[in-house]
Ligand binder design. Structure first.
Ligand code: ADP
Length: 255
């Protein structure tokens, strides 16, 4: 993280709104052959904001999130996290970023326990520090009952929670979460929202979701894309103040 971005965290570790972009997309564009999945997407998220990334299925949300996290090379454009370019300063960007990809964790043969130890070591963590962080994520993602079962054998809801645990394991300042509540039952959804609200006190978060009630409960700003193009970027109130109106407005803008 750059010096001025560090300065945006108060001594108590509480994120305060800062003008420095913790997440920045500059003209992100992705073509698959002739097909344009994302075109000229630009926005910046200052420290401390929780932003909903919305759009109908196929709008280009996951594609954009993959480019923002350095998992997919853009056809054009740049992305940075914490002031670090995700391609030219990959390691620095990765050290301040936690990413929950759309299909959850990739290591289906590993247990959550093995996966957290592996991911922790990849992140340069070890000993008591790693153990303390693992104890924290087991607790806040409620992984105790599945700790020693292979990830590939877990329900979608538990796989999501393992994905969330690996995203927050190294206590990153920025979280990019691709549908964090997808596949969760109502109890798990509630728990995941509570966790995100807790994380939001100290982190900058970009999350995609189809659940507009979630946007109102957790986010201060909305970025809406449709057919690969950014069509709205503003406070949640710009979409609407009531969830029912939000649905109408969403349909109006993207239908
Ligand atoms: P969203 O996350 O908003 O549902 P995606 O970013 O997953 O949308 O996809 C945007 C569009 O790009 C979709 O039409 C999808 O089919 C297409 N797409 C995504 N990945 C690929 C790929 N690897 N090859 C070709 N088309 C793709």
């Amino acid at each position: 993280m750059t010096e001025s971005a560090t300065a945006s965290l108060s001594a108590g570790g509480t994120a305060e709104a800062s003008s420095e972009a913790m997440i920045a997309a500059e003209g992100l564009t992705k073509y698959y052959g002739e097909f344009i999945a994302a075109e000229n997407i630009s926005f910046s998220v200052p420290g401390g904001q929780v932003v909903a990334f919305l759009g109908p299925n196929g709008a280009g949300k996951s594609t954009t999130m993959k480019m923002l996290t350095g998992f997919l090379a853009p056809t054009r454009g740049h992305a940075s996290i914490g002031g670090y370019d995700v391609f030219t300063q990959r390691l620095e960007a990765a050290s301040v970023l936690g990413y929950l990809p759309e299909n959850g964790p990739l290591y289906s043969e590993m247990t959550p326990k093995a996966m957290m130890q592996y991911c922790g070591r990849l992140r340069g963590m070890s000993g008591g520090d790693l153990k303390a962080r693992i104890d924290y994520v087991v607790e806040c993602c409620s992984l105790g009952t599945v700790w020693e079962k292979p990830v590939g054998k877990l329900s979608k809801g538990f796989r999501q929670r393992v994905g969330m645990a690996q995203a927050i394991l190294h206590d990153p300042q920025v979280l990019i979460l691709d549908e964090p509540t997808s596949g969760l039952d109502p109890n798990q959804t509630h728990q995941a929202r509570e966790l995100i609200l807790t994380l939001a006190k100290t982190k900058t978060i970009l999350l995609s979701t189809h659940i507009l009630a979630e946007v109102q409960a957790m986010c201060s700003r909305v970025i809406l894309i449709n057919q690969g193009r950014l069509i709205l970027d503003g406070p949640v109130s710009e979409l609407a103040s009531e969830v029912s109106q939000m649905e109408d407005r969403f349909r109006e803008l993207t239908g």
